[in-house]
Design a protein around this ligand. Structure first.
Ligand code: GDP
Ligand code: MG
Length: 249
């Protein structure tokens, strides 16, 4: 079973992956520190620089030097979105882990509103209220979400919404394999296998104002499908195991 950490006092790691986010990383980090200090008693802000080729590394290191709660880790070379999230989850030292994107498309100021849901649920997964992405991107995402929910019975509205809270004890209990965009699906499917409850609430989503979106290029999509088939087989195997345990009580 997963032990749910206390919410008071709150021990919290906030992390975000950054791939070529030199125009966004500083603002996102400062906001994370500001909001994190309001809600957490023990705070860590972790910048996961995923092998950026621009100035992200230098800015992240400078912020880590300047602000006591901030730490920067660097994947080198780039490991992909899932690889970056895996790194963040592994490096996080606090009892609760919140992650979002490092591109400023979410408002970390919404954390205090979302956080209380953790009193009722093991995990909180937010959905984008009015997703500010190109139409084709949204249509693809809808088809993908429908497929994935069907395959894994996840029952989450916006699987890839990057505004989620997980208990560290859950991360310690699972093994993550996805290095691409499937990582969110993998985590939520594994949470369902362990019978964890998932709370959902809407958050605002903003257009990217700087830097480049790479979340929907063909390479990313093909990799996601490849990982999808692997995950499907794996979850079926694990589901059978945990189902058997469940039957024993
Ligand atoms: N696409 C992509 N994003 C990465 C990677 N590593 C880290 N990221 C970060 O993941 C977040 C989401 O990326 P983005 O391209 O904005 O995807 P989208 O918002 O889903 O369109 C951003 O904060 C990126 O900086 C990577 O290898 N590929
Ligand atoms: Mg984005």
């Amino acid at each position: 079973m997963i032990e749910k950490p206390p919410l008071k006092p709150l021990s919290l790691t906030i992390f975000f992956p950054c791939y070529n986010e030199e125009a966004n990383v500083e603002q996102v980090t400062r906001k994370a520190v500001e909001v994190g200090r309001q809600v957490a008693d023990d705070l860590e802000v972790l910048i996961v620089n995923d092998g950026s080729k621009d100035g992200t590394k230098e800015i992240a290191d400078r912020l880590a030097e300047e602000i006591p709660e901030v730490r920067a880790v660097h994947n080198n070379p780039n490991r992909g979105y899932g690889g970056a999230l895996q790194r963040g989850f592994r490096e996080a030292t606090k009892n609760w882990i919140f992650y979002t994107d490092g591109d400023g498309q979410f408002d970390l100021g919404e954390i205090p509103r979302v956080l209380p849901l953790l009193a009722q649920y093991d995990i909180v997964s937010c959905y984008r209220l009015d997703r500010k992405d190109p139409f084709m991107r949204k249509a693809n995402a809808f088809a993908w979400s429908t497929l994935v929910n069907m395959l894994f019975h996840i029952g989450v509205k916006d699987i890839d919404g990057a505004f989620k809270f997980y208990p560290k004890s859950f991360i310690d209990a699972i093994e993550l394999h996805s290095t691409g965009a499937l990582i969110d699906t993998e985590m939520l499917a594994k949470a369902r296998n362990l019978n964890l409850s998932i709370g959902q609430v809407g958050v605002n989503h903003y257009p990217r104002t700087a830097g480049e979106q790479t979340g929907a290029n063909l390479k990313v999509i093909l990799r996601a499908f490849k990982e999808l088939f692997k995950l499907y087989r794996q979850i079926k195997r694990e589901g059978k195991k945990s189902g058997a345990e469940g039957a024993r009580g």
